[in-house]
Design a protein around this ligand. Structure first.
Ligand SMILES: NC(=O)c1ccc[n+]([C@@H]2O[C@H](COP(=O)([O-])OP(=O)(O)OC[C@H]3O[C@@H](n4cnc5c(N)ncnc54)[C@H](OP(=O)(O)O)[C@@H]3O)[C@@H](O)[C@H]2O)c1
Length: 283
């Protein structure tokens, strides 16, 4: 497994495993299969309601805890200092772990919903800084933050976010946020890296995949890795789980990168941090 260095001295695997909608038995099996096939980053969230399953899978995998990079996230209804501390303890208990490697603010409080959105995010962050100081979280970060949200947070933050996890896949990759984060030493993680299956319908991607003798999934994930971004694909099928991690034995050339950068919008979720929880309706 390759690793990227974080701005707090920790390191994160170059690819991870997503667990959205993988609950109960299916979730346990999927996470165990991922770990057996070499994944060392498991991306979870309180909102996915599968922390118990993720925790069980980690224990049952037989892989030493310290080799696995465990992420969970505080949901938007639990923002604020006391709420975040409580939500974190609840997650830790469900995961049945002593600590997590990464804790993220799942979605920022935003101007549409809260007059004092900056203060809510700042207080949430202060709780995360305190939990980090107590040794319960190794790295702290954000998710779905635009530049304006990161800049506002940095006004009071003592610790810079190590990560920003955003929607990032061919056809929708938020280059402005990515560039800003990378310039400030914040590693970007790519959620829905396969656009929840939409990438498989694209002819340009099929052609690039064919040229390399790889799958559309592999070239999509490889494109993300070559942007210095950490993809966290989700699958419940062993063959696909293995396919998705087998992306370190080939390289896309600059023309292919450019073609993929310039693809028309495809697979956008409709979710934006400044209107959340509303979404832009998609076809
Ligand atoms: N921070 C956030 O707000 C946020 C939001 C959304 C997601 N996430 C995280 O990002 C992770 C990934 O995103 P996602 O689950 O939305 O979508 P995704 O990884 O882009 O796509 C998952 C879909 O692609 C299929 N798939 C996976 N690998 C495949 C392959 N090699 N060939 C064909 N089909 C394949 C899966 O089907 P099968 O399962 O049937 O294989 C599944 O239906 C989530 O699980 C979650 O951890 C975070």
């Amino acid at each position: 497994m390759k690793y990227l260095k974080l701005n707090d001295g920790n390191q994160i695997p170059a690819i991870g495993f997503g667990t959205y909608k993988a609950t109960e038995e299916e979730g346990i099996e999927a996470v165990k299969t991922a770990l057996r096939n070499g994944y060392r980053l498991i991306d979870g969230a309180a909102k996915y309601e599968n922390e118990v399953a993720v925790g069980k899978a980690i224990k049952e995998s037989g892989i030493p805890r310290e080799e696995i990079f465990v992420t969970t996230k505080v949901w938007r209804e639990n923002l604020g200092y006391e709420n975040t501390k409580k939500a974190f303890e609840d997650s830790l208990q469900k995961l049945n772990l002593d600590d997590v490697d990464l804790y993220l603010i799942h979605w920022p409080a935003n101007a549409k919903n809260f007059e004092n959105w900056q203060e809510i995010n700042a207080e949430t962050w202060r709780a995360m800084e305190d939990l980090q100081k107590e040794g319960k979280i190794k790295s702290i970060g954000v998710s779905n933050f635009w530049v304006e949200h990161v800049e506002a947070l940095m006004k009071t933050a003592k610790v810079k976010p190590a990560i920003n996890q955003i929607e990032f896949h061919p056809g929708y990759w938020q280059p402005e946020v990515t560039e800003f984060c990378q310039k400030h030493g914040i590693v970007v993680e790519a959620w829905s890296p396969l656009a929840r299956g939409k990438v498989f319908e694209n002819e340009a991607l099929k052609k690039i995949a064919e040229n390399h003798g790889k799958s559309v999934s592999q070239i999509s994930l490889r494109w993300i890795v070559q942007h210095g971004v950490v993809p966290i694909p989700k699958s419940t099928t062993e063959e696909r789980i293995l396919d998705n991690i087998s992306i370190f034995d080939f390289e896309l050339n600059s023309d292919e990168m450019k073609t993929m950068n310039e693809l028309p919008e495809m697979g956008f979720s409709g979710e934006l941090p400044n209107i959340w929880p509303d979404r832009i309706p998609q076809e």
